[in-house]
Ligand binder design. Sequence first.
Ligand code: FAD
Ligand code: SIN
Length: 541
Amino acid sequence: MRVVHECTSLVLGSGIAGLTYALKASRHGDVLILTKKSRADSSTNRAQGGVASVMDPTDSFDLHTEDTLRAGAGLCRREAVELVVREGPRLVRELIDWGVSFTEDPTGALDLGQEGGHSQRRIVHAKDLTGKEIERVLTKAVEENSRIRLLENHLALDLWTGSDSRGRPRCYGASFLAPETGESGLVRARQTLLATGGCGKVYLYTTNPDIATADGVAMAARAGCPIVNLEFVQFHPTCLYHPDAKSFLISEAVRGEGAILRNLAGDDFMRARHELGSLATRDIVAREIDFQMKERGDKCVLLDPTPIGAERFRRRFPNISQRLEEFGLEPGVDPIPVVPAAHYMCGGVATDLDGRTAIDGLFTAGEVAFTGVHGANRLASNSLLEALVMADRAARSEPLADDGGEPAPPPSPGREPPGADEGVILDHEWDAVRRLMWDYVGLVRTRERLDQAIGRLRVMRGWAEDLYRRTRPSGDLAELRNIALAGLLLSRSARHRSESRGLHFLTDRPETDPEALETWSRLTPDGILIESRGLPVARTA
Ligand code: FAD
Ligand code: SIN
């Protein structure tokens, strides 16, 4: 592979983390953003509920911190939570200064929404299209910045790493493939930001867009970075259940405004399960829905929107209303059929509070990063907040000087032409990984099923890696290689944790251990090394 592009800062991904970082890092020099589909193809663009932040005088940093720690079930790093909570209001105001139009109440103050696990109304939103509004403004700013170039349909394949003159691991950029043109090559950069988002597509049912194939986790793991707490996958309780509605989310804000979950017999089952009823944290609500569906043999539960009122529902949730009408449901009147679906990756690439990874010159921000903010279960709307804060902090670092090193490029994809039936087999393997993860590593787990999943994922990963090294790559193959590795890392982390905590629930070990430990895994030539580690800062309640 040859060097095709050079830049000061390389950014992989054009969601909130990548775009925010690019805008701020452009003061250090030129920035190149590679994004694998169109620029707006991101989870960010689909975010509905909003950004959690302390914007009201009756709220406080302490309350937001405590809510986050409570949701995180003992595994949040308090220092990380406090930092992200404190920095939030400044960065929300910066978004407003850049042109983001958040919804205001009749007095002209920000209209603050409510979501599960929050003790206060603190969700800053743009009706139910918050992410689209943020993405619109950030994309426009990037397009107007002469120091930033954005290449769409450019899929990063692997990080380009080696040792610097002192023998320290260093990142020199990344390899890429432009599937539409067949072009591939290297980008050389003084610093690289991984901002590739989450892993929803590792599962059969997800709220995530197609881009969420855990590429960043897989790339970082292959480069030797530690991956932390990958077992904590958040399942959103309310994904629209309809044969034609591909992964459409019904925002938690709908429950925040008063909607109530009911089983098909009409019972408010969450009321019996938790004092916060339908607004308990997502781990609890999603598991209870799963339980109701299995116990009753139902395919979904219902979200009863009538407490909100039809007129208010339409005004507050215009996007959801439009989609419901497309499926023949009257917004604010008809019960909405919903099921849980994979939504958010709480673990990720080990990252310090300045976005640094274990490899010099490699930073991460957004969903791909593990900072310790979310612990064993993310509090609603803390993701956009964390992404904003960490992208801002990562962009403060001065780029490393170019040391002139010429490390070996990452493993090249093969050259053999793909076989005639390769497309079909790839398709089936994609499906097999996602179905296996859904059935064996889903909302409710057992150690036996995890063992079975690990055995099969090892084979699937080996097959995909071998095919990648032999044949001319396609985008589908590169992504299959990533979901198979991420699925394996996730399953291994889940099997390593022999307790139930937050989002990780083992029916054969339902109790929580007194000591809260993180799961650290590392991919080595000999396999995956995995260990438990104590939290590096004071433990939380
Ligand atoms: P993303 O926004 O997902 O962006 C990732 C980018 O990386 C994309 O541009 C993608 O194309 C690119 N990419 C991926 N792999 C590669 C590769 N190999 N090469 C090049 N580019 C690549 N959180 C909240 O806080 N509040 C909410 O209201 C909220 N609502 C949500 C609603 C939905 C439906 C979903 C799916 C998520 C929601 N979340 C919400 C979570 C939140 O939106 C995401 O965690 C957040 O947007 C992640 O931002 P990001 O920049 O890390 O990644
Ligand atoms: C939602 O609107 O329910 C999603 C919020 C989130 O993922 O934090």
